[in-house]
Design a protein around this ligand. Sequence first.
Ligand code: HEC
Ligand code: HEC
Ligand code: HEC
Ligand code: HEC
Ligand code: HEC
Ligand code: HEC
Ligand code: HEC
Ligand code: HEC
Ligand code: HEC
Length: 357
Amino acid sequence: MDESSEKGRRGARIRKILIFFLILTGISVSRETDENHRCMVCHGRKGMKVKVAPKKYLSLYIDYKKFRESVHGEKLCTDCHTDVVVIPHLKRPKKIDCLQCHYEGNVFGAPVEKFPEKYKESVHGKARKEGKPNSPVCIDCHTTHYVRSPEDTLSSVYKTNVIRVCGKCHLHELSTYNDGVHGKALSRGDKDAPSCNDCHREHDILPPNDPRSSLHPKNVVMTCARCHADVKVMKRKGVPVEQVKAFKESFHWIALKFGVLSAANCVSCHGSHLILSSTDPRSPIHPRNLAKTCGKCHPRADENVAKGKFHILPEEPKSGIVFYVSLFFKWFTFLILAALVFHIILDLIGRVRMRKA
Ligand code: HEC
Ligand code: HEC
Ligand code: HEC
Ligand code: HEC
Ligand code: HEC
Ligand code: HEC
Ligand code: HEC
Ligand code: HEC
Ligand code: HEC
């Protein structure tokens, strides 16, 4: 058998395989369009809607281009609407649960990094279960057919957009947040600033008085510290960064550690949504308001508290008297210890000499 006929046969085989694959992909492309266009014949009509309550309509129109651009755009309509088999279909196809794919260990490749399953235990999930219709389900935050990745700037849950999603229902919190330093920074497009879910999380949102909440007095320091202890981020913003470290050396932190939840945490002094710089006269930490802020818990606090700095690190000379007192005690302790050691050594030498004598 010569080499060229061997090559020719191999070429033919490759051609055959190629043609086979071309046919296969051709079939699958037309399967996608055929399948979905079966639905789009009707659901592609703008203005298609159905009355669900007196004066309340549900739009049945799907913008197919936007659907195809979504994270589920490669799916068939019937991957989710599995019970829609024949056309015309049942009047009320069954409800779709997003969690039918987005559960831990699923085989669909549906991401679960943010634990969407925890929604069921969240304040929103529980309220829904109790029949409160104004509590959000997956599609209220993510949209139904136009779901995008949180990293996509067009996504409803993209960092700078999600405040509007939460704010639809929590108007008061949105407006106070927008007035504060965090909201102002985010509206400038600063992605280092916290959005609602950086503090509250997204799927396991709990009332702040629940011990498992990221904002429970026991946990709130960690939540603020995630950013405020990050030297890189805070240097960039020109925001002092020693607060967290200093706080962790304060009486308040020690009290909190011992379970005294009435002790001050970051939020007791700074507020939660309307957080302002100490130079802003509206801020609870503006020197003029400090007596009132500390006075909430220390009834005898007076104007004198306003004179001292609050977040201080004893090891820094700029802390003034605290630095020198701290320095004094450091040396004082050292000298006492040294004297003690010296005394023990003298004592030992004395004993050895006595035994020898
Ligand atoms: C012949 C037109 C037509 C076609 C084709 C069609 N539908 Fe529908 N669909 C309707 C109508 C009409 C309704 C509203 C039924 C009602 O509630 O009265 C509807 C309702 C629905 C609903 C739910 C509405 C609700 O109340 O929750 C879903 C989901 C749905 N269709 C999915 C599909 C899918 C998936 C396909 C393709 C496999 C499809 N439809 C093809 C006409 C059509
Ligand atoms: C990733 C899953 C998924 C895919 C893919 C999907 N749907 Fe839906 N669809 C839903 C969910 C969730 C709802 C919300 C109602 C519910 O709970 O069943 C819904 C609702 C609907 C409704 C009722 C109107 C509305 O917006 O609530 C129609 C009509 C519909 N789908 C048609 C389609 C058509 C046509 C396609 C294909 C182009 C499609 N769906 C693809 C998940 C999906
Ligand atoms: C049929 C299974 C299925 C259903 C039902 C489903 N998803 Fe998905 N979802 C997926 C898969 C698979 C991906 C990954 C797609 C990809 O990366 O190409 C995905 C991706 C996502 C992403 C993007 C995640 C990321 O980090 O990029 C979000 C958000 C999402 N889905 C939310 C939802 C919501 C909300 C619903 C209900 C309306 C839903 N999903 C219903 C299978 C599903
Ligand atoms: C209160 C609003 C809200 C509700 C309700 C909600 N989500 Fe989310 N979801 C978010 C936000 C905000 C993010 C973006 C998180 C981030 O910035 O990384 C997100 C991210 C995601 C992601 C992408 C991250 C990941 O896990 O890989 C998926 C998937 C997802 N959600 C699925 C769901 C499902 C399924 C439900 C319903 C059980 C649901 N979500 C309910 C707000 C919500
Ligand atoms: C810097 C962290 C932070 C950010 C950002 C934040 N919150 Fe809060 N939020 C808190 C804290 C702390 C509490 C609990 C203490 C309080 O009630 O003041 C709280 C309480 C709440 C409550 C419960 C109020 C009540 O009276 O029980 C809601 C609702 C809420 N926030 C919604 C939002 C929304 C919506 C956004 C985004 C616009 C947002 N939060 C942004 C920290 C934050
Ligand atoms: C569709 C409306 C809606 C959306 C969107 C929504 N919420 Fe809520 N939220 C509610 C309702 C209703 C409750 C009260 C549930 C109850 O009565 O127990 C609630 C409760 C809360 C609570 C607990 C308040 C308390 O005092 O216990 C917090 C915190 C919260 N939501 C934060 C958020 C955040 C953050 C987002 C956005 C990621 C968001 N919500 C999106 C309707 C919404
Ligand atoms: C996601 C990161 C992040 C989280 C979480 C966060 N912050 Fe901030 N914070 C920032 C950034 C960034 C700035 C600077 C904003 C600017 O550029 O004006 C800031 C500014 C501030 C300022 C004003 C500083 C100044 O000099 O103007 C205070 C006070 C503050 N945050 C307190 C808090 C408290 C209290 C919490 C917790 C309840 C918290 N922050 C949670 C990122 C965060
Ligand atoms: C949310 C309530 C609360 C706020 C606000 C608060 N504290 Fe405290 N503080 C406590 C508690 C509780 C203790 C624990 C020991 C105790 O019972 O005195 C404590 C302890 C202290 C101590 C050490 C023990 C003592 O009583 O001398 C000092 C000093 C102190 N706080 C100063 C301040 C200053 C200054 C402010 C204002 C910038 C302030 N605190 C705001 C609750 C608070
Ligand atoms: C007992 C009250 C109190 C507590 C608790 C507290 N702070 Fe402060 N914070 C202040 C005061 C007062 C200032 C004003 C400047 C100073 O004295 O350092 C301040 C200043 C700041 C600043 C600089 C902003 C400015 O405009 O000067 C940041 C950032 C900050 N605190 C973050 C935090 C964080 C994060 C926590 C929790 C780990 C926290 N604070 C806990 C009272 C408090």
